[in-house]
Design a protein around this ligand. Structure first.
Ligand code: SF4
Ligand code: SF4
Ligand code: SF4
Length: 395
């Protein structure tokens, strides 16, 4: 630790060696806050690294697992003007590495999605596209290769046709055919990219098919399966959940070899945690991610980007209110990112300065817990969050 002297006349002076050792800018603004008697300096740096853009809340499917079954938010597309605001603001975030076009909606239903991707690629940023795969037709695949999209994540929630149809309400064979053509186009265009990944939400009714899903992933040259538990928005889905309070034996899986044209590499299966534990860590905050909704409003994560209800780990039905930290029509993304509330919120989540509702003696009677408010620390509260437990995951 560095010893610094503070007095009322001169304030505080940080020695230059500290800046050098930490490779910090020579000059910067900070927010100063206090937490449990500690003074905390929060650098105000435009250092966001990942940008999630929700181009639409509309979708061509109606999956049993989807948040859209319970929310009251409209089906709406991001307007060109909103996207232009985001695009303009990207230059103010010099550490930005990746833009992720995915959300609670199907990005490929947005008529302007390819132009949006092209505009982002012109800024030399990596692009991930999340999709249910139904509209991944050859003309789209060709464009994704041409534009240099480097990852496409497709949702595959069943290894057998019947199970897949039950969850997604569409035919697995249609998705598989689209992926075959996607791979053929990559070969024709002599490109290893976009790399293909699967996203799978495991349920009691499909978990036995992980082997089939992995085998399909191998056939489709997918380099990764991101497995998540279900965030139960309905009672039916709560009954389908696999996680709980008690440790559950994790699925055992080995990596498989995948072929990416001339390359053969090991593919990975990224499994979720299966029970509520002491360790809490928010990937959105750790990865310095920022989420912009279809209407230009900014939230810190998916979990706080809509108004909805879900069942917490012990079955408590929780009403979540969207947490808006700014609006791209009114401020730049960098201003929103460095604002007092956002900086303070990230600091609270980084330190995970929240209680754990599922471990609290008052959990069954506490009214605060029925919303995303907490009893101490910052609000909204992350005290019940399944994402922070790695029980629920996203790309
Ligand atoms: S594809 Fe995704 S957004 Fe569309 S209904 Fe299914 S889960 Fe919801
Ligand atoms: S909000 Fe506080 S009192 Fe209420 S259940 Fe959570 S930890 Fe317990
Ligand atoms: S811990 Fe959960 S609610 Fe809190 S910021 Fe992270 S994802 Fe959002």
């Amino acid at each position: 630790m560095t010893n610094i002297r503070i007095n009322r006349q001169d304030g505080a002076k940080i020695p230059p060696e500290f800046f050098e050792r930490r490779q910090m800018p020579t000059e910067m603004n900070c927010w100063l806050s206090e937490r449990d008697g500690d003074l905390i300096l929060h650098p105000r740096l435009p250092d966001a690294r990942k940008l999630y853009i929700e181009v639409t809340t509309g979708c061509n499917l109606q999956c049993a697992t989807c948040i859209r079954n319970v929310w009251s938010d409209p089906d709406a597309d991001m307007t060109r003007a909103t996207f232009e605001c985001i695009l303009e603001d990207i230059d103010g975030l010099p550490d930005l590495e990746r833009v992720i076009f995915t959300s609670f909606g199907e990005p490929l239903t947005h008529p302007g999605i390819l132009e949006m991707i092209e505009a982002v690629r012109k800024k030399d940023l990596a692009v991930t596209l999340g999709s249910n795969g139904l509209m991944l037709k050859p003309h789209i695949s060709r464009e994704l290769v041409r534009l240099g999209v480097d990852r496409v994540m497709v949702s595959v929630d069943g290894g057998l046709a019947e199970t897949f149809e039950k969850v997604r309400g569409t035919y697995l064979e249609q998705i598989v055919e689209n992926l075959r053509q996607f791979n053929a186009i990559k070969r024709d265009m002599d490109s290893l990219f976009p790399a293909l990944g699967f996203e799978t939400v495991i349920l009691k009714s499909n978990v036995a098919e992980l082997t089939e899903i992995a085998s399909l992933a191998a056939q489709m040259n997918a380099s990764k399966i991101l497995v998540s538990n279900v965030l139960a928005y309905t009672e039916d889905m709560f009954k389908e959940r696999l996680y709980g309070y008690e440790p559950v034996e994790p699925e055992k899986f080995q990596a498989w070899a995948t072929r990416a044209d001339a390359w053969v590499m090991w593919a990975t299966l990224d499994l979720p945690r299966m029970h509520w534990g002491a360790e809490r860590r928010c990937r959105f905050i750790k990865d310095k991610a920022i989420v912009v909704g279809w209407d230009g409003k900014v939230s810190p994560c998916y979990a706080l980007s809509h108004n909805y209800s879900y069942f917490a780990v012990d079955g408590t039905n929780k009403k979540v209110s969207r947490y808006e930290l700014g609006d791209v029509h009114k401020q730049s993304l960098a201003e929103i990112w460095m604002s007092e509330d956002y900086v303070r919120f990230r600091s609270e989540v980084n330190a995970f300065h929240f209680p754990s509702c599922p471990d609290c003696d008052l959990r069954e009677t506490c009214d605060l817990r029925l919303t995303n408010e907490g009893c101490w620390g910052w609000n909204p509260s992350c005290a019940d969050c399944l994402w922070a437990q790695d029980i629920v995951k996203c790309p």
